[in-house]
Ligand binder design. Structure first.
Ligand code: G3P
Ligand code: MG
Length: 239
């Protein structure tokens, strides 16, 4: 089974700083975390950036689709004031910036590939090519996850030695075939769809179950007790 910390910061530490920005990764490191999750998507000019939504409105002062804007335009946006005024200087972070900062801070990474419809292969390919260039050979390899199967296939082909995680809302009936086909080590599910029997079955088959997004300490304890390997939290702490 893959060795992972019991708590992984979600989008950096999304409850403490604006999600997926460099401030969020600094916040995760300041909490003593070992590992963070973040989302990767492509700009119009094919630059991988750390960004969750397909549109800009919720987490920036911009409007419209990320996929229709070049990186230079996106870099002019304020990606922090929506969260709190003191984060007004935060910008949308490129994948390169995130990986270099995580290296510097000693954070392991779970890179979630979030492609726009029709850009599945190129999103995975461009993100993984950058990551393979920037991430050190030694140390914890990036965990690559996606809700989109073809992204995991690209990861299997381009970075075969890096672990892969199948992202789902609820664990599907055909989970064995899917994790085997993509060569996954982990299944990442919405914690509301997990129960002890299901976690036990998956764990007995040799796969680690990761649960998102858990912001309640009591629930986190329940999940870890039932055999969940790691929880993703917006308010992470290391113990
Ligand atoms: O990777 C776990 C979690 O981030 C998946 O859902 O929508 O928060 O990216 P979402
Ligand atoms: Mg995510």
């Amino acid at each position: 089974m893959i060795d992972l910390p019991s708590v992984i910061g979600h989008r950096g530490a999304a409850g403490l700083a604006p999600e997926n920005t460099l401030a969020s990764f600094h916040a995760a490191a300041a909490r003593g975390l070992e590992m963070v999750e973040f989302d990767v998507r492509l700009t119009a000019d094919l630059q991988p950036v750390a960004f969750h939504d397909d549109t800009l409105e919720r987490t920036t002062n911009g409007v419209g689709a990320v996929a229709l804007r070049d990186l230079a335009e996106l870099k002019r946006l304020d990606a922090g004031s929506w969260f709190a005024p003191q984060f007004g200087g935060e910008r949308i972070a490129t994948l390169d910036e995130v990986l270099l900062l995580c290296r510097e801070l000693g954070l392991g990474v779970n890179m979630e590939i979030k492609p726009d419809h029709g850009r599945e292969v190129e999103t995975a390919r461009l993100a993984l090519e950058r990551a393979a260039t920037l991430w050190p050979v030694s140390g914890r390899a990036p965990l690559v996850s996606s809700f989109v199967g073809v992204c995991l296939t690209v990861a299997r082909d381009l970075t075969p030695s890096w672990p892969r995680g199948l992202l789902v809302k609820a664990v599907p009936e055909d989970w064995r075939d899917r994790v085997a086909g993509f060569g996954c080590s982990t299944i990442h599910a919405d914690h509301r769809h997990l129960d002890p029997a299901l976690v036990a079955v998956v764990a007995q088959a040799g796969y680690s179950v990761l649960a998102y997004t858990v912001n309640d300490g009591v629930r986190a304890g329940e999940l870890l007790k039932m055999g969940v390997c790691s929880i993703f939290s917006d308010y992470p702490h290391s113990s």
